[in-house]
Design a protein around this ligand. Structure first.
Ligand code: HEM
Length: 463
């Protein structure tokens, strides 16, 4: 049972079961809709899809989606705990089957399973540890200042691409060990431009089709393959340049670290493996954070109480300013988790409350539904950062970064970036919404982003 004082869900059994117990338990209830209809509904309107199913079936239900097999979806914290604490071999990640795989490749820490995953994760963890991130804070602040200084006053604009400029500079600096933005004409600068292009192209109408045609492939096909040609060439140029670097042995950046790393058999990563890892870190490491920041402000400019509380704490240098900032980010990630779903493919028969699923079933956790449980979060749809006063996010109740051995590697970095950027914006800018209507969540690949990019207008700048 998961509990944080008064906020408790009724306990629900979950985890590995034997064949006899599986035979006794019914399968989760499901709509009788063809797979194609469910894929389209889920892909276009995941928000509506999951809330409609929860209303009809409760905490657990079946669905047919992108990934092969009949999936089960849950949103109970005890089920989340069982999945996140099981031995990794019992719960390989569903990211290995997701539309991300052909883009990131099969060799990355995000898409790999088994020993390769553990090895890559062990290798990368120190670079993303809290202590390491503390060293990045100044660099993040500089990237934020540089960007914020460019924003127009009185002219509406979308925050997401602006945030992306900051988070892309930050992740590239960490990976390649460069200060500030890469210099013009360098392979890193070309890579930066190419990545921005790919992300921009992924918002165009044809992108959804391209995404769907890639499912089930190890290598990208069609439009995606075309779109990746330039960034791939740039990544390989960056790798080749670094291989020639006489200081490779002493450099502390992430690329040099993974280039020098050896497996137990003494092998180093091939260029192809390095490409997958770099693409993962660059893509997973900047778009998510950028859109989460856009959501935070999309919410804030429509909630004057929360907005005023934040701005006052920051501008007055209040004693609790750090906490108010943290509460605001926590509430944004609760109500608008930029990754709304994560999952595992159970390798053994599994219990989810009153239901059982056979070995091989994809089990998805709807982060969105979990974060809107009335029993954990009274008035779940209200954006109220102050609900976190004196309350810590529960490990299996607030999971915007997933959990267990697959928990987001960049969580500490993402939190540091959000803290620094939210503080800088609250201190320097008077912001307002351009419409009273909230922005619709739009689903792109595995992310949930504000449909208009988080449009705001700067009313005034403060010195
Ligand atoms: C607000 C920003 C971010 C959010 C909401 C987010 C969310 C997530 C989620 C939900 C997962 C899957 C976890 C699971 O299945 O249990 C994940 C995995 C991952 N994330 Fe993030 N992420 C963010 C930022 C970052 C950053 C900055 C990086 C930097 C490199 C990063 C790198 C990764 C990697 C490498 C994985 C795969 C970990 C593994 O499978 O072992 N993410 N992230």
């Amino acid at each position: 049972m998961t509990a944080t004082a008064e906020h408790i869900s009724a306990p629900s059994p979950a985890g590995a079961i034997d064949a006899a117990e599986l035979a006794r338990l019914p399968a989760p209830p499901a709509r009788r809709l063809p797979r194609a209809a469910q894929v389209i509904w889920f892909g276009q309107r995941q928000w509506n899809f999951v809330f409609a199913n929860r209303a009809k079936f409760g905490d657990v239900w079946g669905a047919r989606g992108y990934v092969p097999g009949r999936a089960a979806v849950t949103c109970h914290p005890d089920h989340v705990q069982a999945l996140f604490t099981a031995p990794p071999a019992q719960v390989p990640t569903l990211a290995a089957d997701s539309p991300l795989r052909p883009v990131l490749g099969p060799n990355s820490v995000l898409t790999a399973n088994g020993p390769r995953h553990l090895r890559q994760r062990k290798l990368l963890l120190p670079a993303f540890h809290g202590d390491a991130i503390a060293r990045y804070e100044r660099m993040i602040a500089e990237a934020a200042e540089r960007e914020i200084a460019r924003w127009p006053v009185g002219k509406p604009f979308a925050l997401a691409p602006r945030m992306q400029a900051i988070t892309l500079d930050v992740i590239m600096a960490g990976i390649f060990g460069i200060e500030g933005r890469p210099k013009r004409g360098t392979p890193e600068a070309r890579l930066r431009r190419a990545i921005r292009e790919v992300v921009r192209a992924s918002t165009l109408p044809g992108a959804k089709v391209a995404e769907l045609t890639n499912i089930g492939h190890d290598e990208p096909v069609g439009l995606t393959s075309l779109a990746l040609r330039v960034p791939d060439r740039c990544v390989h140029a960056v790798i080749a340049k670094r291989r020639r670097d006489p200081d490779l042995e002493s450099r502390g950046d992430i690329l040099s670290l993974i280039m020098r790393a050896r497996t137990d058999d003494g092998e180093t990563l091939s260029d192809h493996e390095l490409r997958d890892e770099l693409m993962t870190l660059v893509l997973a490491g900047h778009e998510t954070t950028a859109n989460q920041l856009a959501w935070t402000w999309e919410r804030l400019v429509r909630h004057p109480d929360a907005y005023e509380r934040l701005v006052a704490a920051v501008r007055d240098d209040a004693e609790d300013a750090d906490e108010v900032i943290a509460q605001t980010i926590t509430e944004s990630m609760r109500t608008r988790p930029v990754i709304p779903m994560t999952g595992r493919r159970v390798a053994v028969p599994w219990r989810l409350g009153d239901y059982g699923v056979p070995a091989g079933t994809p089990v998805a956790v709807s982060i969105l539904l979990l974060h809107h449980r009335e029993d954990l979060y009274p008035e779940p749809f209200a954006f109220r950062p102050d609900r976190w006063e004196g309350r810590k996010p529960g490990t299996y109740e607030w999971i915007p970064f997933g959990g267990g051995t697959r928990r987001c590697l960049g969580a500490a970095l993402a939190m540091a970036e959000q803290r620094v950027v939210v503080r800088a914006m609250a201190r320097q800018l008077d912001l307002a919404a351009t419409t009273t209507k909230p922005e619709r969540p739009k689903h792109r690949n595995v992310t949930m982003i504000p449909a208009r990019g988080g449009r705001v207008v700067v009313r005034a700048r403060r010195p």
